[in-house]
Structure formats: C-alpha cells, structure tokens
Design a binder for this molecule. Structure first.
Ligand code: PAF
Length: 279
C-alpha cells in the first residue's frame, strides 16, 4: 500500500490503474479510523479492484468554535488499518495541498443543508461538499463509500453527485455500533468514562422511538416526544435536535407515510454526538 501526499501522485496512480481497466473505490475520511471506517473500506475492497482512502481533517467544514485543532489524529494507526483492510493507496494531503492561498471556489447547496446539523453548523456542508467534490475530481472513483451515521451528509452528497453529474456511484453503509449500542465515532474519544456511559442515551432513546414506529405509530410528534423524554432522563445530556424528517427531502414530517430519517444530535458534556435510524 502506498501513502501519498500530493494530488499529482494520486492522479498518476489512478491513471495507471485505469489504463489497466481496473475499477477504483474511494473512502473519504478525516482519519482516526475505527470499525465504522473499516466497514466502508471492507465494502469498497469487495466491490472494486483498487481502493483509495483519503485521510484529511478538512478545515473548511469546521466552524470557528468547533474542534478542528483537537480533532484526534493518528496517521500511523490509520495507515496500518488501511493496509490490513486491503486499501491500495492512502491520500494524506496537507491543507495547503488541498487549498491554495487564493482558493475561492465552493460547492454549496440550497436544499437539504438548512435543517438538522445545518442549523447549528451553518458552513459545515459547504465545506463537506467542496472537499468531497475535490476528492472526486482528484481520484475519479467509480464508487465512493459513506456511512449512514452521517445520514444528512450521505443525502447531501448523493444530491450533489446527481446535480453536478459526477457519474460516481454513492454507496451508503450501515451504522457500526459498540456492543452496548453507542455508534462508533472518532469523537467518542473525547468522552470521559462517565460521559461514555451517559452517551448510551442516544442509541437507547432511538431504540424506543424505532420500536414505536415499528408498532405502527404514525404521529411524528409522539415519536419525537418519546425520544426527547428519554434523553432528558440523562443529566449529562443536552439536546441539540431531535427530528423526524422525510428521508428524501429532509423536511420535517408530521405523519409518517414514506421513508423517514429520525435523527438526533446531543451534547454529552462538551462533546456533540449524532445518531439516527432510517425506516
Ligand atoms: O465524514 C467525514 O469524515 C467527512 O465529512 C468527509 C466526508 C471525509 C469530508 O471531509
């Protein structure tokens, strides 16, 4: 497995593969890889001849008061995980390689990005779309893999790919959880032992909400209330949002009669965690 830092090196390698008629899968990440990322790489390795993993903590998707500086990084461990999982190339650029001083073109979206995480992270999806569009242009993959844990991101990227005719298949992969239900996230590392325990309230509350939908409840307000009440039983938890939205438009629904995304963002201490179910 090769690790490269420049766009030129990625392009040369991918050009070589394409000359040989090989298919290419891309797994975009911000590093500090865990089982969730590994599941994306495993799937990409199973479905493509060559897999590129990008490891880039993208400054453009962090707000001024967010955790860009403290975001966990461990390139050595990430490289080992990628190699063991069968990736062929890791692209690990410096910010200056991705964004030159006079960088001034962005990919923005008028729909899907205003609600859910977009409400409290107003510049986030512009940063995500811009970096993912750049990665697509650099790697030119046949398929790209994203986790359902960031469900809004998955919907936004699918929409961007369709709008801008990227001709890349976007593969959404299931949420990977710890044994006790906590969704895997690089940000779980911020949690103290007490907070780690409190964080279980996310998956537990969603489990109750999901059971209600499965039992035939159609009233979104009731589902939101069950989830909200459960989260509020945990003193360390502070709700950012609990939403039931249409899985296609991401607009809030009052009655459930089409596929829905039930998504939550909750602060456990200072750490903001997200989780969801789609049904
Ligand atoms: O999901 C992430 O880790 C990031 O948002 C992504 C897609 C790698 C873009 O920086």
């Amino acid at each position: 497995m090769k690790i490269v830092e420049t766009i030129k090196e990625v392009r040369e390698q991918v050009k070589e593969w394409k000359k040989q008629g090989l298919s290419v899968g891309l797994v975009p990440t911000m590093g500090y890889l865990h089982e969730g990322h590994k599941s994306l790489i495993d799937r990409a390795v199973a479905e493509n001849d060559k897999v590129v993993v990008s490891v880039f903590v993208n400054p453009m998707q962090f707000g001024p008061t967010e955790d860009l500086e403290s975001y966990p990084r461990d390139m050595e461990r990430d490289a080992a995980l990628c190699e063991n999982a069968g990736a062929a190339l890791v692209f690990h650029p410096e910010p200056s390689e991705m964004y030159e001083d006079d960088f001034s073109s962005f990919v923005d979206m008028n729909t899907l990005t205003g609600g859910l995480c977009g409400k409290t992270r107003p510049i986030h999806f512009r940063g995500v779309c811009t970096v993912v569009a750049k990665l697509f242009n650099i790697v030119t993959p046949d398929r790209a893999y994203f986790g359902q844990k960031d469900a809004q991101q998955l919907a936004v990227i699918r929409h961007m790919v369709s709008d801008l005719s990227f001709g890349i298949e976007i593969v959404g992969c299931p949420i990977i959880r710890e044994k006790d239900g906590l969704a895997k996230s690089s940000r779980n590392t911020y949690l103290s032992a007490e907070e780690r325990n409190a964080a279980l309230i996310l998956s537990q509350s969603l489990k109750e909400g999901k059971a209600l939908v499965e039992a035939g409840e159609k009233d979104a307000a009731k589902i939101k209330k069950v989830i909200t009440d459960k989260i509020n039983t945990e003193p360390l938890a502070k709700i950012d949002y609990v939403e039931v939205v249409d899985w296609k438009t991401l607009e809030p629904v009052s009655t459930i009669d089409a596929p829905i995304l039930t998504a939550i963002a909750v602060y456990i201490g200072k750490t903001r965690l997200i989780d969801n179910f789609i049904i």
